[in-house]
Design a protein around this ligand. Structure first.
Ligand SMILES: [Fe+2]
Ligand SMILES: [Fe+2]
Length: 153
């Protein structure tokens, strides 16, 4: 998105920056996991009542890919090495359980991005925190879609 304001991008001697980079790699690994689950679940959901959400899950998959691209770019910019390893994807043969798996993933992702925004602001990385706020807004939309599909709202 935008360039970092920081004059010391790549300075890994700063312990806050190292922790933030480790956190961002966890976020990237969660994005990969979300992509895998949304690709598979959008194809595997069964039942007329899940027709609309199956379509929404395809859009989620594309948005998770754009999040992964942005987080990887930010990690590289900050002097880190973007991970190639996803968090282990989950699966169920139950359509309802698939949506519950996705919902708990979105909640965990949102909690983690909140932590990362705090770390980014503490490190003076305001361009990063803005990019993360854009991502978190989409994760919150995903959470709402899943809650609606599960009848939780
Ligand atoms: Fe995402
Ligand atoms: Fe998401």
């Amino acid at each position: 998105m935008t360039k970092s304001n920081s004059a010391d991008a790549g300075d890994l001697s700063n312990p806050g920056r190292k922790e933030m980079l480790e956190g961002l790699n966890g976020d990237l690994a969660r994005e990969y996991k979300a992509i895998i689950q949304y690709v598979v679940f959008s194809a595997a959901l069964k039942g007329g009542e899940y027709y609309d959400i199956a379509d929404q899950l395809k859009k989620h998959a594309a948005q998770e890919l754009s999040h992964a691209l942005e987080v990887a770019r930010q990690i590289d910019y900050l002097g880190g090495n973007p991970t190639v390893t996803p968090k282990p994807a989950e699966f169920s043969t139950s359509s309802k359980k698939m949506l519950e798996i996705d919902l708990s993933g979105e909640r965990e992702t949102i909690r983690n991005y909140r932590d990362r925004i705090r770390q980014a602001e503490a490190a003076g990385e305001f361009a990063l925190s803005e990019a993360l706020r854009d991502i978190i807004a989409e994760e919150q939309d995903h959470e709402i879609d899943l809650k609606d599909a599960l009848g939780l709202r």
